[in-house]
Design a protein around this ligand. Sequence first.
Ligand SMILES: NC(=O)c1ccc[n+]([C@@H]2O[C@H](COP(=O)([O-])OP(=O)(O)OC[C@H]3O[C@@H](n4cnc5c(N)ncnc54)[C@H](O)[C@@H]3O)[C@@H](O)[C@H]2O)c1
Length: 248
Amino acid sequence: MGALDNKVAIVTGGAKGIGRAIAAGLAREGARIVIADLRGAESAAAAFADGVGLTVDVADEAAVQRMADETVEQCGSIDILVNNAGLYASLAMRPFDQIPLDEWRQVMDVNVASMFLTCRAVTPVMRAGGGGAIVNISSGTPFRGVPFLLHYVTSKGAIVAFTRALAKELGKDEIRVNCVAPGFTMSDGVKQHPEVVEKLRDASVSARTIQRDQEPEDVVGAVVYLAGSSASFVTGQTIVIDGGQYFH
Ligand SMILES: NC(=O)c1ccc[n+]([C@@H]2O[C@H](COP(=O)([O-])OP(=O)(O)OC[C@H]3O[C@@H](n4cnc5c(N)ncnc54)[C@H](O)[C@@H]3O)[C@@H](O)[C@H]2O)c1
């Protein structure tokens, strides 16, 4: 028996990196997994019993609605939504006045508007099912005021505010909304960018209380906890997971 038996969980950006580790953690507790990703959703979903893979751009309104509809059609409900998809390691670090406006807008679309769209699409289903749990993936960067990624850091700060305000709106529906903020994590996306690893890895490790690399698996326990009934009285919160780099 798992803590999430009979629960249906959508993980956006779950085909790789932190999202894939979260999907595996939710599956270990018995949840049925829906991977919603731009690429690789079906092959990633095949790793899970009855896993469903949906090719979705989370910044696309119609595609997100289809994601919710197809999940209900194939799985019957939506109990858990993990908003993990986001742009990070592919973004060049540069002074704020050198960020092109179209890149700024793309980051806001993929990292923030996506959460508005996914939450708007799944909440009617969660309400009809008597409740649900939403976990949004922010980052430690807004707490530390990390420079040279102003669009990214702003988007991740917005997610904390989004989480709090939406939690207030949805409490009466038994839908909890929480947030997890990882530190610099050796995800697939990060490892694909050696220049990012070189710039941030050692500096991050030495700034931590627990001085080692952060791996995607480090984020999983908090998400599984927030998704399950052990956290039934926890909402609107943000848990920073960074080996004690920033005390929130
Ligand atoms: N890696 C880090 O250091 C770190 C730290 C804090 C927070 N985060 C956050 O964690 C989340 C995952 O990051 P990661 O490092 O594991 O990334 P990753 O690049 O390893 O994986 C991201 C996944 O999201 C998918 N994706 C991207 N845009 C999408 C879109 N528009 N629609 C659907 N899917 C999309 C990608 O295809 C990919 O499978 C992001 O929100 C990121 O901001 C990462």
